[in-house]
Design a protein. Structure first.
Length: 406
């Protein structure tokens, strides 16, 4: 879609250069006409830009027309980051790190770089079995406080759900066939609705304000990495149609039935080789706000970072064809043993192509212990390089972007 501004041409007798000649006498009538003409041009220009902005998002993406104002603004800002600028994110950043746990305000990322990440990742596995803590030991009540903290710092939040297998009631890596049991018509469908009620209650409780409360926008990322076989919702453990039915029912129930208007939905498979493979389980444009990829395979010492670029280019081409933002929704190199990994590996995979540079964000996984961590911390071998990565002009941490909710 192209846009053309046909601005009016000033009356030749009112040319700027004529009015500004020294000692030029200007009649009140000419001056008033000039000012009126100029004001008209400015107003028409402003109105034109507003119309362009509206039309630019007319066919784009956001799937819930009833989303609250801040959620709509977040979507728009994710979709319009200048090409080459992207947000940096970290899973469970505020909850724990290397050598500490549940110390409010702490962050390995901030202690290294002086800034919080711009994206905070969380997981709500555990809600479905009424656990007071999530899969990583974070009390849900405390998680709510941390989400509010991150929001107040200017960060955005994404939530995944490593939900227990509904058929075996074991963990999410148990691949007993289960999806067909919880979609409409399945024997555990009512049970699944009951679990979604718990999820809805948690998400609905994410509010700020005193008298007039407003919901915090959340990028919800259910049933991720389904191109792999390790989760009960993954390829080989359900059909494409069953997966689509699960995803669409989840969206409809949370948004339309429960009225959650603070959600954006992400679709984030693991690695893929073709666009057809990426879209095989895709539930449809009307259910997905952001397209993502989880890629741990292409960022290690013995991997080809060009493969990350290649996959993100395919992702970006798909997303752009649908007018939707896209992101590297999970990645990372466990323990980061390479001292210059941030500036020679990760940044290269993102910046080597105009389309891969168009991601909205990249998120690395959590810092659980000295052997299992994905962001640098104080004293880490890659600490200096991580700081250099943070200081790159196109890498955005908290406080380095405009307000993403306005």
């Amino acid at each position: 879609m192209s846009f053309h501004l046909n601005l009016p041409i000033l009356n030749p007798s009112l040319k700027m250069e004529g009015l500004l000649k020294p000692n030029k006498k200007i009649s009140p009538v000419h001056l008033l006409a000039f000012l009126n003409n100029g004001i008209f041009i400015v107003l028409k220009f402003i109105i034109s830009l507003t119309i362009i902005s509206l039309f630019a998002f007319e066919s784009s993406a956001q799937v819930n027309p009833k989303a609250n104002k801040e959620t709509k603004n977040l979507y728009r800002n994710l979709a319009t980051l200048p090409n080459g600028n992207f947000l940096f994110g970290h899973q469970d950043d505020l909850a724990y790190g290397i050598g500490w746990r549940h110390e409010f305000g702490r962050s390995d990322v901030k202690e290294c770089t002086g800034a919080y990440p711009a994206v905070f990742g969380w997981d709500i596995a555990g809600l479905e079995k009424d656990s007071p803590k999530n899969i990583d030991g974070i009390p849900f009540d405390y998680m709510k406080k941390l989400i509010i903290k991150g929001y107040e710092e200017g960060g955005i939040h994404t939530i995944s759900w490593h939900m227990d297998n509904p058929a075996s009631r074991k963990h999410s890596w148990d691949t007993t066939y289960a999806v067909f049991t919880i979609i409409p018509g399945g024997i555990h469908h009512q049970w699944y609705k009951d679990q979604l009620d718990k999820v809805a209650g948690f998400l609905d409780d994410l509010k700020v304000g005193f008298i007039f409360k407003k919901h915090i926008p959340i990028l919800f990322r259910p049933f991720h990495e389904h191109t792999g076989k390790w989760f009960w919702w993954g390829k080989g453990n359900c059909t494409a149609e069953e997966y689509k039915a699960l995803y669409t029912f989840t969206y409809n129930y949370l948004v339309k039935e429960k009225g959650l208007n603070n959600l954006l939905f992400a679709y984030s498979p693991d690695i893929f080789e073709t666009k057809e493979q990426y879209l095989e389980f895709y539930p449809g444009d009307e259910y997905v706000d952001l397209l993502g990829i989880d890629d741990y395979h292409d960022v290690g010492l013995n991997s080809k970072i060009e493969d990350l670029t290649r996959r993100v280019v395919m992702l970006g081409e798909i997303a752009r064809s649908k007018n939707k933002p896209y992101a590297i929704t999970e990645t990372g190199f466990e323990a980061i043993p390479q001292a210059d990994w941030w500036t020679t590996k990760l940044i290269k995979g993102i910046m080597d192509n105009e389309i891969s540079r168009g991601i909205s964000y990249v998120l690395v996984w959590r810092n659980d212990n000295p052997k299992h961590h994905y962001a640098a911390h104080k004293g880490h071998v890659s600490e200096a390089d991580f700081i250099s990565f943070k200081n790159m002009p196109n890498v955005l941490f908290c406080g380095e972007t405009k307000n993403m909710y306005k």
